[in-house]
Ligand binder design. Structure first.
Ligand SMILES: N[C@@H](CCC(=O)N[C@@H](CS)C(=O)NCC(=O)O)C(=O)O
Length: 210
């Protein structure tokens, strides 16, 4: 039986949880985040990439990366479509999902990793080696998040959702990025009114509770 290795409080597994909720899919979960806010050593031994979420298939294949897992599942559960419906639509969803990840998730991660005392020496995820925090990255991460908000605000001025008129994985990643930023008190700038409208809407979907 396939299984998801999970850390229920973490932002990247949340991308997958929201996806599963939108599809009304249930897959067994194993919690591998420890009380010490580290991944359990047994998990790291099994999966040296040392990040969650990870999907293990019946044949032992380990699929990491939240969106790679969602894309795999989309192959079997295409309704409702969350990766677009034709070649153009799929490309547009992919483009905005990647922007949401690179400009949103990674900026929030940079802010959190370099400013949280409990993550001292864990400046990057997925490494057993100590990686010092760099306080100079904190302001840059905030600036990156601000830029992300302005860019998405502009896109949302003429689109109901991030990748157009249909809710997609691009909305899932962008929502997780905004909520991850809130961990460090980052808020969508007040003047980004389109993004505020979008945030209210996607946050009120039942899947956002996942
Ligand atoms: N690019 C990966 C990122 C995964 C990631 O950064 N996961 C974090 C949790 S949000 C993690 O596993 N951190 C492990 C650690 O902090 O040791 C994805 O999209 O799934």
């Amino acid at each position: 039986m396939m299984k998801i290795y999970d850390w229920h409080i973490a932002p990247n597994p949340r991308r997958l949880h929201i996806y599963l909720a939108e599809k009304e899919l249930k897959i067994p979960l194993e919690e591998v985040g420890g009380e010490d806010l580290k991944l359990k050593p047994e998990f790291i031994a099994k999966y040296p990439h040392a990040m969650v979420p990870m999907l293990e298939l019946d044949d032992g294949t380990c699929i990491g990366e939240a969106m790679a897992i969602c894309r795999y599942l989309e192959g079997f559960h295409s309704d409702p479509p969350l990766f677009g419906v034709d070649a153009k639509d799929r490309a547009v969803v992919d483009m905005w999902e990647k922007r949401a990840n690179e400009e949103g998730m990674l900026s929030a991660s940079e802010l959190f990793r370099n400013s949280s005392p409990e993550f001292a020496d864990r400046g990057l995820p997925g490494s057993a080696e100590p990686i010092p925090q760099l306080s100079v990255l904190i302001d840059r991460a905030k600036a990156r998040l601000t830029r992300f908000c302005h860019k998405f605000d502009e896109q949302l001025a003429t689109n109901a959702f991030v990748a157009g008129r249909r809710y997609s994985v691009a909305d899932i990643t962008a929502l997780c990025a905004v909520d991850f930023g809130k961990w460090c008190d980052f808020e969508i700038p007040e003047q980004c009114t389109n993004m505020h409208r979008w945030y209210e809407e996607v946050s009120s979907r039942p899947s956002a509770q996942a």
